[in-house]
Design a binder for this molecule. Structure first.
Ligand code: CA
Length: 232
């Protein structure tokens, strides 16, 4: 039974046969589907306010990665959840996709079940972040409204900045954020803080998580910034 009504997915895929199959799958999963054959068409259809974008990596004209980068630079689409579709053999490109700002990726050929599970997980994470709910990743349970963190059931105290940093990371896992972006998102626009402050709080957060081995979720991406990865 579809349990996710009203969510709109923008599907960007140039191969018609695959697109039709995906439309069928997504509709069966209870989603409303907006179709686009390339990035240009997808850009126009963003006006229909999709809740998530399913984006093919290999597109004619503007590639999926380039399109993702553009969307992330625009404040209107910065938070749009994006799942990238890649073909097998392009898997080494998944990090490029994450670095560009994709929230997750699915490798073709994939099962219906896998695709729907990934979509549901990404929607839940992005929704939790805005609706003050509980985000759960690998046994870490973060209650954004109650400002509480539990690891494997045990409560863990974090400073307010570390808590906000972790909430932001858990709501945007797999994406790389520069120090500037983290300052903007976690500290807010009108604060003057040095980039180095981010490193200090990252260090504190890692130290708090280290006894549980969860500090490995927070990864340093050389020359780019930091990422929270679910895959450790
Ligand atoms: Ca394609």
């Amino acid at each position: 039974m579809p349990d996710t009504p009203n969510y709109k997915i923008l599907l960007v895929e140039d191969e018609e046969a695959i697109r039709e199959m995906l439309v069928f799958t997504l509709q069966r999963g209870g989603y409303e589907v907006i179709e686009a054959a390339d990035a240009r068409e997808a850009a126009e259809k963003l006006a229909e306010k999709p809740d998530l974008m399913l984006l093919d990596w290999m597109l004619p004209g503007i590639s999926g990665v380039e399109f993702t980068q553009r969307l992330r630079r625009d404040s209107a689409t910065r938070d749009l959840p994006i799942i990238m579709l890649t073909a097998r053999g392009e898997e080494e490109n998944k990090l490029k996709g994450f670095d560009a700002g994709a929230d997750d990726y699915v490798t073709k050929p994939f099962s219906t079940q896998e695709l729907l599970a990934r979509i549901k997980a990404v929607l839940r994470r992005s929704h939790s972040l805005h609706a003050n709910e509980v985000i759960e990743i690998n046994g870490m349970e973060l209650d954004t409204a109650g400002h509480r963190l539990r690891i494997e059931g045990r409560p863990l105290d974090l400073g307010p900045t570390e808590f906000r940093l972790l909430s932001f990371f858990m709501g945007h896992s797999e994406r790389v954020f520069s120090r500037d972006q983290l300052l903007d998102q976690v500290w807010g626009d009108n604060v003057y803080i040095e980039d180095r402050t981010v490193d200090v709080h990252i260090r504190r957060l890692r130290k708090a998580l280290a006894p549980f081995g969860y500090d490995r979720h927070i990864q340093t991406v050389r020359g780019a910034g930091y990422r929270f990865s679910r895959h450790i």
